[in-house]
Ligand binder design. Structure first.
Ligand code: NI
Length: 194
């Protein structure tokens, strides 16, 4: 079915866009998407795995580079680099549409379903500091949401990959990281979408 949509060049739009978005090729974009009614669907590992599989398939249709990610029970945050041939809206709409379809199939539902909140949060990374803030936000997020006490204890994030590359000192995130101290003073829900 993925080949079919790739062959026809179709993209799927689950919602009518009522927000003007600006696309910069090769920009890094931070994205937040919440499940409709905050249902903690992704508490179940198999649905996280399904989401990650769908993400890999979407990448074939709308090429992007995954920079960082974290999957929480009722939402996720991604940091992606778009390419000249795809926008972050292409990626998100394809991801949302295709995940919902696969999920319905998995649980045996035939009718329509509003799986996701209609809109998602996006933020184009402005500079190196902004990148560090958003990377830190993503990797500290499971602690921020009180799911674990240490970032490495959360399996569904890119933290351990980044740590292996030497991006973080030992014990990073065991308390509030410096990079997040300023942003925590503001409403993080407003700044990061969740
Ligand atoms: Ni979050």
């Amino acid at each position: 079915m993925w080949g079919e949509s790739a062959a026809t060049g179709r993209t799927y739009y689950g919602a009518i866009m009522n927000v003007q978005r600006y696309y910069v090729p090769n920009a890094m974009v931070f994205l937040t998407q919440v499940v409709d009614r905050r249902e903690p669907i992704f508490q179940e590992e198999r649905y996280v795995l399904l989401l990650r599989t769908v993400l890999r398939n979407v990448k074939e249709l709308h090429p992007f580079v995954m920079v960082a990610c974290v999957f929480l029970p009722d939402h996720f945050h991604l940091l992606i680099r778009t390419t000249a041939s795809s926008t972050f809206s292409d990626v998100m709409h394809s991801l949302k549409y295709n995940f919902t379809r696969e999920y319905k199939q998995m649980i045996g539902v035939a009718g329509s379903m509003h799986f996701w909140q209609k809109s998602f949060w996006d933020h184009v990374i402005r500079d190196e500091q902004d990148l560090q803030n958003h990377l830190g936000y993503i990797h500290y997020n499971p602690v921020h949401h009180k799911l674990v006490t240490r970032p490495e204890a959360w399996l569904h994030s890119s933290y351990c990959e980044w740590q292996k590359r030497g991006a973080y000192p030992l014990h990073w995130g065991w308390s509030l990281p410096d990079v997040l101290k300023d942003t925590e003073k503001l409403s993080s829900a407003h700044q990061f979408g969740e």
